[in-house]
Every structure is written in structure tokens, then in C-alpha cells.
Design a protein around this ligand. Sequence first.
Ligand code: PMP
Length: 390
Amino acid sequence: MKGRKLLMIPGPIEFEPDVLQAMSIATNSHVAPDFIEIFGKSLELMRAVWKSPKGQPFIISGTGTLAMDMAAANLIELGDRVLVISTGYFGKRFKDILDRYGANTTILEAPIGEVVSLDAIEKELKQGQYKFLTITHVDTSTGILVDPKPIAHLAKKYNVLSILDGVCSVAGEELKQDEWELDVVLTASQKAIGVPPGLALLMASEKAMQVWENRKTPVSNYYADWNNWLPIMRAYEERRPSYFGTPAVNLIVALETSLKIICKEGIDQRVKRHQNLAKSFRAGIASLNLEILPKTNTIAANTLSAVYYPEGINGTSLSATMVESNVIIAGGLLPEIKPSYFRIGHMGSVSSNDLIAVLSALERALIELGHPIESGKSLQAFQNGLLKIN
Ligand code: PMP
């Protein structure tokens, strides 16, 4: 399709044609047997993607922020101590949400481009009487990837529940919720899950559900209260009609389609594809002497890359020039350094073809704007990266 734009921002992403087609079918009743089957199947498939056979899944209309809000509203009681481990903008957002529900939060903020050390986390947990901790798996503002496994392990050691913001990671980065003993893992539809914006998705462990059941005070958010939603999720899984708030019927049909695509590829294979493409893409970026925000490749996300503009390049001009090549990228998000970097999403249906188009458009834009690079260099590095992996 001539002039087709490639949306390479870190969400919403390019969606599979089958997913978009699924959205466009005539809207069904939310209590029709075939829709009940689709909803029930989606809940079951979520367990496979999260690797959480024991988890309680929730599918609610809303964005990723609602999923964060729902975790906080249902689990936090006034004065609960929460350790927020932050690697960017979305870590701070979690603190704001938790504070709204009366949590007593402490935030451990990593310097820009780094992660918080396990030692610093353990030191805090040792003295803190914490009830929860939060981790941002991939902070979309910095492109930093945090390994949740050792942090969840520390959480268990100190009897603290762990909540993972997986909005920019679930179905793109390695995740084993049950094996790693993460208590809540939440995401949104528009990222690596591969469904247009509008669904908040959350998986709660048995322990998290127990903590919620044993609350001494009522949940202060009406819409997000699991008392309203748990019976609905159970009903759909048992293939019974039910109602609390009208579900986003078309989005859920699209969700089932996308989850099936994910499971057909195989979640491990999908994660590997993200890792291989991201690694080769970073090689392409490095070959142009461009620097990424993460200080090392081991903490660089596989779902997006955050890259500093080279000196003398105006960000707005770079994006505008790339749009002329039909490639849409995102600007910076972290307030401290917002004008100095850009972000490229590479998750979900992303292929090597998409990333060749991005690198090609990036090179041409840099050359047009007067930045001295050798044409074709990043494409060669990307290609070599893929050849080495395959
Ligand atoms: N957490 C992370 C890591 C995110 O990337 C985002 C969205 N970019 C959110 C939370 C919030 O999600 P939403 O925009 O869907 O509310």
C-alpha cells in the first residue's frame, strides 16, 4: 500500500490484520453464548501468556493506568508501606497512584539510564516493614529493562507482596509469574499484547487475592473494586452470563484473536524474536554512533529503544523528516531530558522488515539534516546482527 505509515512508537503499535478485522465484526451481546466463550477463552489464554496457571485474571475496560489503579485500590489500606522501585516516569506514576490510596510510600529512584541495585532494595526491605513493592518491568520513558526475578525473590524473603507494571513488557519480555512468585502483573492492550487501546489486563496471585479478601476496610474505588469484577471473571470462565459494567465487546473479540496468535507463535519463541530483533536494532543504532539511554545493553528493553539525538540535530525536525518516509517515531517522555532523545517501539507484530524501514528512514533523515553518517551502515550492522543470531 503506497504511502502506508509505519507506526513505530512504543504503543499503540502496528496491529495484526486479523486482530483489526476481529474488531470490526458486528457487536454482539455481552451475554450471548459465543461472546461468553470468547471472554472465557481470553481469560484462559492470559494464564498461558503470563505463565500463571494459578493466577486470577481480570479483563476490564480502561487503560494501563486503570490496571495500576486497580492493583492499588484493591490491595492498599491506609498506611501500608510500599517500596516503589523506579527507573523512570512510570515508576513515579505508580507512587502517585499508591499515595492517593493512603499508602506510605518510599521511592528508590535509579539514576537515568541505570537500575536500582539489589543491595539497595534489600537494605530498604530489611529496615522498612514493607507490605508491598512495585517494579516497572520496562519503563517506557527510559527503555530500561529490570529483571523482576531476583527482586520478587527478595520480596518473598521479607514477606512483601510484589506488583509488576508489565505494560511495556507482557508478551514481549521474559515473564514467569508463578515461578518467579510475582503477586500482581498488569498490562494494557495496546502494547506487546497487540490489541488497540482500551483494555486493562491484570493477573493476581492466590496470595494477592487472599490479602484483598482479608482487607479490614472497603475498597474506596467503586469501578475498580474486585468485589464487582471477580464474580464477572468467574462467570465468564464458567461460561455463564453475568453483568456488572458492559464489557468492551469488540476489543475482547480482538484480544482473543491476538492471544491466539501469541500462543500459536509460542510465548518463548515470541520473546526470543523480540530479543533478537532488539539486539540487532541496537547494533544498527550503535553503528551510527548514536547512544541509547540504558547504560548497558543488558538493561536495555527488547520492546523499545530510547536513543539520544546526536549533537546538532533538532528532534522535531528528525521526527518530521522521518514521517516524510512514512515512519512514525516518538519523542522523549522523561521530563528531565525530554527534548534530548527519541523512542522507537519494536514489539508485538514487529518484524525485521519494519526495523529495516526504520533504520533506513533514520539514516536518510540524519543525512538530510546534515549529520555526517555513512549511508547503509546501520542496515549492514542490523543485517549482520540477524545473520549471527540465525
Ligand atoms: N506503565 C508503563 C510502563 C507504560 O508504558 C504505560 C503507557 N505508556 C503505562 C503504565 C500507562 O498505560 P496507559 O497509557 O495505557 O494508561
